[in-house]
Design a protein around this ligand. Structure first.
Ligand code: CU
Length: 76
């Protein structure tokens, strides 16, 4: 049990196309971490991976994908 998510935490790793530099990494991290229910965002540029820890009661995986897509990147 933890304070941020009440122990209900889910971790997903998404493959995201179009991230090519530190700015892309920052843009994705900033946009996703601004959503409610997100506890951690990690971007791996070389692997094209975005790992997100979130509370599924507060935010859905689909909403996270939408947010990344809205930044101009493509979740595959
Ligand atoms: Cu970039």
């Amino acid at each position: 049990m933890c304070n941020c998510c009440g122990g209900n935490e889910k971790v997903v790793t998404l493959t995201v196309e179009g991230m090519s530099c530190g700015h892309c990494k920052m843009a994705v991290e900033k946009a996703v971490s601004a959503m409610s229910g997100i506890s951690k965002v990690e971007v791996n540029l070389e692997g094209k991976k975005v790992t997100v820890s979130f509370n599924p009661d507060s935010v859905s995986e689909a909403a996270i994908k939408d947010t990344i897509n809205d930044q101009g990147y493509e979740v595959v």
